[in-house]
Write a protein that binds this ligand. Structure first.
Ligand SMILES: *Cc1c(COP(=O)(O)O)cnc(C)c1O
Length: 374
């Protein structure tokens, strides 16, 4: 007897395409027989965790025989100090990815819809699809716009109707690097009807030193339909531990906690995240390294005459001017992993994470050899 598992799956799951993550270094080295590779594909912090997070992880190892604190009390205390918010407004997640899935699970059904932008972070579509809800992707700003490929809030607003329950906004957005300014974003959240929750995903906010970038966490107290999601995976350098959090009204947090697994954040992650939050020195070093690396890469891509997009993140989107697949493959053979974004409908583009000066130089040398043969 053969088991046709796919036929047995829920209809929405049957048609779900899984997320394709950046290629891990170990996989590249296994498949291509290269060594000494670098990964500039998943927007990780090239410095890794800071010294206080490392120390907190070491100190927590002895307790690994016990279940973690399912309520995450100590991390929530640190977050309360950091955001001057109440315990009841915080929901912890196994990475912010899990929070996005929890939000979809809690608020979406096949009878309602979620709105997001074309070129928005892929997880919004996946999390929505899995619930069977309708997916409404608004056209992004066109080429030529000063925020080309970025979220067009007016276009998104037009897709909001009586059936809409969620709007996903990435600020700044991955894979485009684009961002939204405070005023239009505030007006958007204030103008959607009260049956619509707006999720503002701020995975890259620590890197966003752009004018009029909003501090949306400060709006939560006055906006009951706003959910902010943050992560320790990017600027805090803890991607491997999987921890993020959402800030919302206590009522929304109560709903999210009903779908949350009892021990969804592990004890090393809880300890490291609390320590990382207070390590402003490591964060400052991270942001400065990124600023310098962005200047280095922007100058290099300009010399290579590759079109690039403004970015408020720790990555750049570049247009190879031809199908990016062969460029990606050639970089892999040189031990450099970047991120193809064909799945986003950008077959000529690559997304490259900003690394250390040395890693950036190695990636640029690869581009130069591949595109100019020198
Ligand atoms: C990386 C990323 C996340 C998710 O990161 P986690 O590791 O799950 O916290 C969320 N949103 C965006 C836009 C991202 O790029």
């Amino acid at each position: 007897m053969t088991l046709r598992a796919l036929d047995l799956a829920a209809p929405a799951v049957r048609s779900l395409s899984p997320y394709i993550p950046g290629k891990p270094i170990s996989e590249l080295e296994r498949e291509y027989g290269v060594t000494d590779s670098i990964k500039l594909a998943s927007n990780e912090n090239p410095l890794g965790p800071g010294p206080s997070a490392r120390a907190a992880i070491q100190a927590a190892v002895g307790d690994l025989g016990l279940y973690p604190d399912g309520n995450g009390f100590a991390l929530k205390q640190a977050l309360m100090r950091h955001h001057r918010c109440s315990m009841e407004s915080i929901t912890l997640g196994n990475g912010s990815n899990e929070l996005l899935v929890m939000i979809a699970e809690a608020f979406l059904t096949p009878a309602v819809s979620a709105v997001y932008s074309q070129y928005a972070f892929a997880i919004y579509a996946i999390a929505t699809h899995a619930t069977g809800a309708m997916k409404r992707a608004a056209p992004a700003h066109p080429e030529g716009h000063r925020m080309a490929l970025g979220h067009d809030l007016d276009a998104m607003y037009k897709l909001v109707d009586a059936d809409t329950r969620l709007v996903f906004i990435a600020n700044p957005n991955n894979p485009t690097g684009t961002w939204l300014e405070a005023e239009p974003l505030r007006r958007f959240i204030e103008s959607v009807p009260p049956h619509v929750l707006v999720v503002v995903d701020e995975a890259y906010r620590q890197y966003a030193s752009v004018p009029n970038y909003p501090d949306v966490a400060e709006w939560v107290a006055e906006m009951p339909n706003l959910i902010v999601s943050r992560t320790f995976s990017k600027a805090y350098g803890l991607a491997g531990l999987r921890v993020g959090y959402a800030l919302s009204s206590p009522e929304v947090a109560d709903v999210l906690n009903r779908v949350r697994q009892a021990f969804n954040v592990n004890s090393l992650a809880l300890a490291a995240a609390a320590a990382a939050l207070d390590d402003e020195e490591h964060l400052a070093r991270t942001v400065e390294l990124n600023r310098a690396g962005m200047a280095q890469l922007q100058a290099a891509f300009a010399r290579l005459q590759l079109r690039q997009y403004p970015s408020a993140c720790n990555f750049l989107l570049v247009d190879c001017g031809k199908p990016a697949g062969p460029v990606y493959e050639s970089l892999l053979r040189r031990g450099v992993i970047v991120r193809p974004v064909g799945g986003y409908g950008l077959p000529n583009h690559l997304r490259v994470t900003i690394g250390t000066a040395e890693q950036n130089e190695r990636m640029i040398a690869g581009f130069r050899e591949i595109l100019q043969g020198s």
